[in-house]
Write a protein that binds this ligand. Structure first.
Ligand code: SF4
Ligand code: SF4
Length: 175
């Protein structure tokens, strides 16, 4: 079988093209054009902010860090039904249920941990909860950390967040 080989002639470069100097100058011209364009632009049209000194407002539909809501007596509202952990697509909620001393309350979460490095912030756990025990309205997100263990938000921490209203924590809803 014969293979047709198509030969392409290399274009001839003149002296200046060989040096690449005019092309480098052209490239720098584009960069400088953008630089002076940004400097000359009115401030309101500049979209970068000096984070962390300046922070952007989150959009209205932003889902913040989770919190576990409390009953009036300060106990956790969660009844360890496992609906949230079952629906969670990232499989990042771990709950261990325990019998409650109060006969009117069947169960409570002895362990309730959310792994925030796995959470995809979909909000399905909030949708699935039958007793409004878990919310994502704090308006904050997990801070950066260097220790993997800090990604686990445990029950007590989630309850502490639940003890304060969302508005107190920077969230948009005051419930
Ligand atoms: S927000 Fe989504 S991924 Fe995160 S814990 Fe809830 S259900 Fe799981
Ligand atoms: S947070 Fe809600 S859905 Fe999840 S275990 Fe508790 S009661 Fe059930």
């Amino acid at each position: 079988m014969s293979v047709e080989v198509k030969s392409v002639e290399r274009p001839k470069r003149n002296f200046w093209e060989q040096t690449y100097i005019p092309e480098i100058i052209k490239g720098l011209g584009v960069t400088l054009g953008h630089f002076f364009g940004v400097v000359a632009r009115p401030k309101k049209n500049i979209f970068t902010v000096s984070y962390p000194d300046v922070k952007r407002d989150y959009p209205d539909r932003f889902r913040g860090k989770h919190r576990l809501m409390l009953r009036e007596d300060g106990q956790v509202r969660c009844v360890a039904c496992m609906c949230c952990s079952t629906v969670c697509p990232a499989n990042c909620i771990h709950i261990t249920a325990a019998e409650h001393d109060d006969p009117n309350i069947e169960k409570y979460p002895e362990v309730f941990v959310i792994d925030h490095l796995r959470c995809i912030v979909c909000g399905l756990c909030v949708e699935a909860c039958p007793c409004d025990a878990i919310r994502m309205d704090t308006g904050t997100h997990c801070e950066p950390f260097t220790d993997r263990n800090k990604a686990f938000l445990d029950r007590d921490l989630l309850m502490q967040l639940g003890a304060h209203s969302a508005a107190e924590q920077g969230g948009r809803y005051s419930a």
